[in-house]
Write a protein that binds this ligand. Structure first.
Ligand code: ADP
Ligand code: MG
Length: 248
């Protein structure tokens, strides 16, 4: 059993608009969702359907116009200043384009976000353990440009785990990778969830990735238009059955 089970999330009547006048657009439109602690949820839908905006609202990178986000009984959409900064430190983010700092080594990329808190040496041991956990032991001194795309995404995942997050938000984490490498990144995320008990919300428009998650939530024009439980109490590794159900 894992030491903790991850964050439980409640999204209630969440709405986020952009622009004014004729350009006004509702990116997330009255979305309500309850996500169990430890679930791996695929957020799917076409480009522009509101996946990234919903992740940003849950991660408190953006504030809603209406509605609320509650994570482990904390209403994060109400947090301000120090409490908001503390919450953001406890959420891990992974992006499609990795966002590594090119001049820093792999090890220093993993440590960089937590550096203001205590010194480098205090964090190096944990960073090495995480690099080991994502399969990059021995590459600590490499520069990002010396790694493949899949390896760079592994560094980004290790960096996201430095704050021991209960919630990992991943925005198209396999979108820049070929399907084999993308599948390996999903293997890693599922394994980390099993061992460390995080809740993972993953935006993707790849059906093969979504089919392996516990739940599929589809957005269309900012609305939830489909919400499928893909577990049915089955062996989570049984991807064939899931793919068949999704008619892949
Ligand atoms: P997805 O991630 O599903 O592609 P997004 O959440 O990025 O969708 O975008 C949803 C809609 O909101 C799109 O129409 C997009 O153009 C718009 N949008 C997103 N962010 C902004 C922004 N900062 N300013 C204006 N419009 C935005
Ligand atoms: Mg997006």
């Amino acid at each position: 059993m894992s030491e903790h089970i991850g964050s439980a999330i409640s999204v209630d009547h969440l709405t986020r608009r952009f622009g004014t006048g004729e350009d006004r657009l509702t990116a997330v439109d009255d979305v309500s969702l309850t996500i169990a602690a430890g679930a791996v949820v695929a957020l799917t839908g076409p480009s522009g359907s509101g996946k990234s905006t919903l992740l940003h609202l849950i991660g408190a990178i953006e504030q809603p116009d209406e509605g609320s986000v509650t994570v482990d009984d904390v209403v994060v959409s109400d947090l301000r200043r120090a409490a908001l900064a503390r919450y953001r430190q406890r959420v891990g983010f992974v992006f499609q384009r990795y966002h590594l700092l090119p001049a820093l080594t792999v090890l220093d990329n993993v440590i960089a976000p937590v550096l203001p808190r205590r010194g480098r040496a205090d964090h190096a041991t944990r960073a090495r353990e995480l690099l080991d956990a994502v399969g990059l032991a021995g590459r600590e001194r490499a520069l990002p440009a010396q790694l493949s795309g899949g390896q760079q995404q592994r560094v980004a995942i290790a960096r996201a785990l430095m704050g021991a997050p209960g919630l990992l938000l991943a925005d198209e984490p396999t979108g820049n990778l070929d399907s084999t490498t993308g599948g390996q990144i999903l293997d890693l995320l599922l394994d980390l969830r099993d061992r460390h008990g995080m809740t993972i919300l993953l935006a993707t428009h790849e059906q093969a990735i979504a089919a392996r998650c516990d739940r599929l939530v589809r957005l269309t024009d900012g609305h939830v238009t489909e919400d499928l439980d893909l577990t049915d109490g089955e062996d989570p590794a049984d991807t064939y059955e899931r793919a068949a159900r999704l008619r892949l």
